[in-house]
Design a protein around this ligand. Structure first.
Ligand SMILES: C[S@@+](CC[C@H](N)C(=O)[O-])C[C@H]1O[C@@H](n2cnc3c(N)ncnc32)[C@H](O)[C@@H]1O
Length: 276
């Protein structure tokens, strides 16, 4: 019953109850994909954190096993495209969602120690593995920092380059992360994103599909003792925007001269943009 202006209680008509029901249903625009499921936007980050906190110790080994070492070639290609200087004025890189430091170590080597590198990641266990690797390899000049790519704790225009490898599809608010990338870059700064993408080669897409959903979760179970996390990783690749749509998102964030190139028929793609 609802109270009328005259204070008399009226029965709620059926159409109005339907309207109220519709209004109380969760707004799908507040949900985001977590693998093939849709979850509340505010809940996704904690679920992603569970995945990476769980796989951190076996993460590097699993990357090699899952990709047959291909991820190393793609990461090296990303660092070649970055082409960090070996001398000259100070040159600062932010490697967002940098995890265990794969990109950072390559940049440190290629720049012969000249680059000042910050690895920012939301997962402390992933950063801990990265710090231990840096110590073991005797690599200096890398700062490991706990930070959310959606709200970076750095001043505007702090970095000459921003990289993110296989990280952005895990971030709940991709647009927010792209706009933060643009904010922390200097004018003239380079943005590079390596991410799994859409396979555009007939037959390869079928083989890749079977591999992703049958072999990868089984490898996760056997090697990392965690099938679910690796099922999420495979599913999250399918729900990430394809090459063209992602390029548009990068442009919308304010970056210019956006281009991409595919690796292995689109299994991965490297997007590049500039803050001009
Ligand atoms: C697949 S790993 C990639 C790690 C590393 N870049 C590499 O290529 O090996 C994804 C990383 O994204 C991080 N991550 C997820 N959400 C994040 C967020 N909102 N901000 C920063 N890092 C995030 C995870 O903790 C994880 O370390």
């Amino acid at each position: 019953m609802i109270a009328g202006l005259d204070g008399v209680a009226w029965p709620i008509p059926i159409w109005s109850r339907r309207l109220q029901y519709k209004k109380s249903r969760p707004d799908m625009s507040d949900t985001v994909p977590f693998g093939f499921r849709r979850v509340e936007l505010g809940a996704k980050q904690a679920m992603v954190d569970d995945v990476f906190n769980s796989v951190a110790r076996r993460y590097d080994l699993m990357n090699d096993l899952m990709s047959g070492g291909l991820h190393r070639l793609w990461k090296s290609a990303m660092v070649s495209a970055l082409n960090p200087p070996r001398r000259g004025p100070a040159w600062r890189l932010l490697d967002a969602a940098g995890g265990t430091g794969d990109i950072a170590f390559r940049v440190a080597e290629r720049s012969e120690g000249h680059a000042e590198i910050t690895v920012a990641d939301i997962s402390v266990p992933m950063l801990d593995v990265g710090r231990a690797r840096a110590e073991k390899l005797g690599v200096a000049g890398i700062t490991f920092c706990e930070a959310n790519a959606e709200a970076l704790p750095f001043e505007d225009g702090s970095f000459d380059a921003y990289t993110i490898a296989f990280g952005i599809r895990n971030v709940p608010r991709i647009e927010a992360a792209l706009s933060e990338a643009c904010r922390v870059l200097k004018h003239g700064g380079h943005f590079l994103c390596l991410e799994f993408s859409e396979v555009d080669t007939p037959m390869l897409d079928r083989v890749y599909e079977a591999y992703s959903f049958q072999v990868i979760p089984a490898l996760g179970r056997t090697v990392a003792g965690d099938e679910e996390s690796y099922r999420y990783l495979a599913e999250s690749i399918r729900t990430f925007p394809n090459q063209e749509r992602f390029a548009d998102m990068i442009r919308t964030a304010g970056l210019e001269r956006v281009r991409y190139r595919n690796f292995a028929g689109g299994i991965a793609a490297l997007h590049s943009g500039w803050k001009l």
